[in-house]
Design a protein around this ligand. Structure first.
Ligand code: SAM
Length: 217
């Protein structure tokens, strides 16, 4: 299927508060960018589902899509069936915080991960936590809606850390590439986000010892 077909058809795959079909899908430019990262045979996963699921499936990846909404998943399956694609796609029904740590279907290596599920804090961080260890060097981590405070905190973290490189930002979607494995050598101390705090703590230690000595005199 030509991805332009999806863009022009704009199928309504989500449900509004009354259960009626509505479209909450990612931006068209993001669809095009995502399409460029995918190759047949890749292992891919997304939290949330919609047009992005069709992009993954259309590229022949071994795809896993996680959403708690069965009606949404059914509409996506029906759309895929209508196009004769996505037979390989696995739809896991449930909340990502429950599914990600427990589902045996999720492989050990994930080439591309898209986080676009629940947007309330700390879901993006939870989704990141359970998927990032599976992304090898060269793998892609995509974070949608980085303008939202509850997601932005993860975006800001990733922008600082040496293991991740921002390769592209399309609208409010950030595409990161893993450039190094994460080595945890002393818990929080190796993370860039804590570097100022670490320096300050060391400085405080140096200053407070002589002051305490002086006060004892
Ligand atoms: C903005 S939409 C995703 C759009 C999708 N990426 C697309 O391109 O159409 C948000 C998605 O989050 C999903 N969602 C909501 N709560 C969730 C949860 N707790 N775990 C996983 N997914 C969740 C919804 O089912 C919905 O598919």
């Amino acid at each position: 299927m030509d991805i332009e077909q999806l863009i022009s058809e704009k199928p309504l795959l989500h449900s509004d508060e009354n259960g009626l079909p509505v479209d909450y899908s990612i931006n068209v430019q993001v669809i095009k960018a995502l399409n460029g990262y995918l190759k047949p045979g890749m292992h891919t996963l997304e939290t949330g589902s919609g047009h992005s699921t069709i992009v993954f499936a259309n590229n022949g990846t071994h795809h896993i899509s996680i959403s708690p909404y069965a009606d949404e998943q059914l509409r996506i399956k029906q759309y895929l069936d209508g196009k004769g694609i996505g037979k390989e796609a696995i739809f896991l029904n449930g909340s990502s915080d429950q599914i990600l740590p427990n589902a045996p279907e999720i492989p050990e290596v994930l080439d591309v991960v898209l986080i676009d599920g629940a947007h309330r804090f700390p879901f993006a961080c939870i989704d990141f936590h359970y998927t990032e260890q599976k992304i090898p060097v060269g793998g892609i981590f995509i974070l949608d809606d980085v303008h939202m405070p509850s997601v932005r905190i993860l975006y800001q973290f990733l922008m600082k850390e040496k293991e991740w490189e921002l390769v592209q930002k399309v609208k409010n979607t950030a595409f990161f590439k893993r450039v190094a494995i994460t080595q945890i050598y002393s818990d929080w101390q190796g993370q860039e986000m804590n570097s100022s705090f670490k320096k300050l703590s060391a400085l405080k230690g140096k200053i407070s010892k002589p002051i305490k000595k002086l006060l004892k005199r």
